[in-house]
Design a protein around this ligand. Structure first.
Ligand code: ASP
Ligand code: MG
Length: 445
């Protein structure tokens, strides 16, 4: 069985939904199709909950009506028979009336739970519309509710045992179904309330499902032809990688390659299920396969992540003292702020965060430990490849490329597959271009 996940732009219009149906029909064997919400829907649903949270009910209702009208247009174009148009229309109206039922004063106090219910509607809408469309074009498909198998535990982590068990039971009980259509992103929590896997979480859903059923392959269909060796928005002549290892993909996804949700590599890697990244709008292109494979003795790919803040803590008391790092890390733990990169000298530590929402509190507490300097507007540049201790030369190529770029931090040796650099965001594009020239010389994918 294969798992095929289509992102928001892939199901973003009637035309592309039809493309997706074609792709699904052309792939042999049984499959579970995981869909995101149509592009922009989740954002608009968040906007609606913000209006409700601030008692702007008229604005909430207007936004609901506007979104509903867009869906009506899609329905008119998507289905060819009036019977299906009617059925889909009734479904959509019912969902939007349901969302509207929260646009009143009573919702404001309990907005957190309501927000999750409202944002879940995006995936519920796309999957129902798609399943009805498959039915109209006579595909053997059935809708599978993510609430029947996708569950997170008290800590917010996926309950893998439950997911595996439930999916096994469902697929076994429905041997006649070729195509299961289900929602990405949404789930139930440990008390059975509607929850989600956080923004962009549909990839994670696909990977959890693929690992749960130990799929033959997980395919992630988006609007780019795989993972590129560098950021195609800023660098010319990038190419999509034929293959990449799970470890490299995890580093690149985390450090900026927007194509894949960073956590989504983990379940697939654990069960050794290959993940194929494909382009819905260019299905002939081979895409990128993420699997257990050899990592080349050179830089394979580069990605960059903006919005980074670096914090330097300096204390002469650190000299030959233990407990200094622990005290620092405890401050970050207290404010649930995760640290991306760390570099140390004997008297100072620099680390980076991408969530600066508690920066003021963190800085204040760190000042009890040492002097603190904060730099923002930084970017992390991540280079993936084999940088294990047996390799020589990779670092020389990296630094020779960057002779004109000031580097704020360097992290080498944390993982065998990654070197990270922190530069000012103003220098990011020149750095990506310089690295592109310096480290990929004469390399083919
Ligand atoms: N619809 C959700 C979002 O926009 C989940 C996803 O698309 O992966 O974040
Ligand atoms: Mg996505």
């Amino acid at each position: 069985m294969k798992v095929l996940k289509f992102g928001g732009t892939s199901v973003g219009s009637a035309k592309s939904i039809k493309e997706v149906a074609k792709i699904v029909a052309n792939i042999e064997g049984r499959k579970i199709v995981v869909l995101s919400a149509m592009s922009q829907t989740t954002n608009v649903l968040h906007k609606i909950t913000d209006f409700i949270a601030t008692s702007k009910f008229v604005e909430a209702e207007n936004t609901i009506d506007e979104l509903c009208a867009k869906y009506k247009d899609v329905i008119t174009e998507l289905y060819s028979s009036d019977a299906y148009r009617k059925q889909a229309s009734a479904f959509i109206e019912e969902r939007f009336d349901f969302i509207k039922s929260y646009a009143h004063e009573g919702s404001v106090a309990v907005i957190e739970g309501i927000e999750k219910i409202i944002v879940a509607q995006g995936e519920i809408l796309s999957t129902n519309m798609f399943a009805m469309y498959l039915e109209e074009i006579k595909q053997n498909a059935s809708l599978l509710s993510a609430f029947d198998f996708m569950r997170i535990d008290e800590a917010g982590e996926p309950d893998s045992a439950f997911i595996t068990e439930s999916l096994g039971a469902i697929t076994e009980a429905n041997p006649q179904t070729d195509i299961f259509v289900t929602q990405g992103y949404i789930c139930l929590n440990h008390v059975g309330d509607i929850d989600n896997l956080k923004r962009g979480g549909s990839d994670y859903s696909a990977s959890l499902i693929g690992a749960g059923i130990v799929a033959e392959e997980i395919q992630i269909w988006t609007d780019i032809d795989g993972m590129h060796n560098n950021d195609p928005r800023y660098v010319d002549n990038t190419f999509s990688l034929k293959e990449i290892s799970f470890d490299e993909a995890a580093e690149l996804a985390y450090f900026g390659a927007k194509i894949l949700h960073p956590q989504s590599v983990i379940p697939a890697k654990e069960k050794n299920v290959p993940v194929l990244l494909k382009d819905t709008f260019n299905p002939e292109s081979p895409g990128t396969i993420i699997k257990n494979c050899e990592v080349p003795n050179r830089v394979r790919a580069i990605a960059a992540k903006d919005g980074i803040t670096a914090i330097k803590i300096k204390s002469y008391r650190m000299l030959m003292a233990y407990g200094f790092l622990k005290n620092i890390f405890e401050v970050f733990e207290k404010y649930k702020t995760s640290i991306d990169m760390v570099t140390t000298s004997e008297v100072a530590v620099s680390l980076t965060i991408d969530d600066a929402s508690h920066l003021a509190e963190i800085t204040k507490e760190l000042e009890d430990i040492g002097s603190v300097e904060v730099d923002d507007n930084l970017s992390i540049i991540c280079l993936a490849g084999d940088f294990s201790s047996k390799q020589k030369g990779a670092s020389a190529a990296i630094f020779n490329s960057l002779t004109n770029i000031p580097i704020r931090m360097i992290s080498y040796g944390g993982s065998n597959y990654n070197v990270s650099l922190v530069v000012s965001t103003d220098d990011k594009i020149p750095a990506l271009r310089a690295l592109n020239e310096g480290v990929f010389d004469n390399v083919v994918s």
